[in-house]
Design a protein around this ligand. Structure first.
Ligand code: XIL
Length: 343
């Protein structure tokens, strides 16, 4: 059996894949990917700096291979992400007037979405437009265009591929204040008659939080807007977070923790007790997902196996994290079994 088989009547089971997986140089990961998952997201290769590095230059080589891999294996294919302040091409950072910026966004979305029309099933249209308090983030896009860039991006994507599912994606969407911000954002689009199909909750979580109750309240609030929920970037860190130690004061200087053994407690393998804690945490999370399966389209992990996870290098470089269902040897962990046991 497999994850995708077990949950086939509930929701899609996805994984983010990296450049080496797309290029098939990492064949073991691809074996697990094809056996266990029926949806893919490109971890980095469709971000603006990758796919549109110069005003008149698009780079489609890797993205084309990514889409071909998904098609060959009959997978749901996600595009990530059209408009995001981070990993944005430097030339876009220099654009300071709203007319030029709008034109550039139009060219970006039209070119990419039309190229993959009918092939990419779902687009993360706008990523991380909100602050933690639910207000609009003063990103480069916001500074130049105000919140108009959000409506513009959804409008263009809907026209470029009317059949694609369009998602607003962000992190910490379990937080009540940020939840209220998403509700405002989605309602505003809907009032303007603009198509939005889903809210993507990134789901970079930990053993301790967020609470199942906070996640559930967000699922319900978003579903009440008439959109579907996807968990788009699920992982559960087992390592201490620097901001839990002494708060915002350290946020600028995580480097100080880089070689601190206290911050990297499982350099070889995860302890049995942490393994069990992780399994219980995933069990609780998937129980909730199953309870609300009618509202949930997809659950995507941010990576296939622990060795590949971005959490080995974020927010502190060079640690050994264990946040996924498969370990560094591509073996299913106790958490994998606890999730499958729910079915
Ligand atoms: C991360 C990738 O996993 C890293 O490889 C990269 O260095 C930085 O971006 N939110 C998102 C993702 O929407 O695109 C981010 O992916 C993780 C946070």
């Amino acid at each position: 059996t497999s994850l995708k088989e077990s949950f086939k009547n509930d929701f899609l089971i996805g994984a983010a894949i990296s450049n080496s997986q797309i290029n098939q140089t990492d064949s073991l990961t691809n074996t697990v990917l094809i056996k266990e998952f029926n949806s893919i997201t490109p971890e980095n290769d469709m971000k603006w700096e990758q796919i549109h590095p110069q005003k008149d230059t698009f780079y489609f080589d890797v993205a084309d291979k990514y889409v071909a891999l998904g098609q060959k294996n009959n997978m749901n294919i996600v595009g990530h992400t059209l408009v995001w302040h981070s990993q944005l091409a430097p030339w876009m950072q220099d654009v300071k007037d709203s007319i030029t910026m709008a034109k550039n966004i139009e060219n970006h979305i039209n070119t990419i979405v039309k190229r993959y029309k009918g092939k990419i099933d779902t687009w993360d249209v706008v990523n991380e437009a909100l602050n933690e308090d639910g207000s609009l983030r003063t990103s480069h896009f916001y500074e130049v265009m105000g919140d108009n860039y959000i409506a513009l991006a959804f409008n263009l994507a809907a026209k470029a591929d009317p059949d694609a599912k369009l998602v607003y994606n962000d992190y910490n969407l379990w937080k009540p204040e940020k939840r209220a911000g998403v509700v405002r954002l989605v309602k505003k689009l809907q009032e303007q008659g603009i198509k939005i199909d889903g809210v993507g909750m990134q789901a970079h979580w930990s053993l301790e939080g967020p609470s199942i109750e906070d996640i559930e309240n967000s699922i319900i609030a978003y579903s009440n807007l008439g959109v579907k929920i996807s968990f788009t970037e699920l992982d559960v860190t087992v390592l201490p977070n620097p901001w839990d130690l002494n708060g915002a004061a350290v946020e600028q200087s995580y480097e100080q923790f880089e070689n601190d053994p206290k911050m990297n407690p499982y350099p070889e393998k995860l302890s049995d007790s942490a393994q069990t804690q992780l399994a219980k945490r995933y069990e609780d999370i998937f129980k909730l997902f199953l309870k609300h399966k009618d509202k949930i389209d997809r659950v995507t992990f941010w990576g296939v196996n622990d060795g590949q996870s971005w959490l080995n290098n974020w927010p502190i470089k060079g640690r050994t994290n264990h946040p996924l269902l498969f370990d560094r040897n591509y073996e299913p962990k106790k958490a994998y079994l606890s999730v499958l046991a729910l079915k």
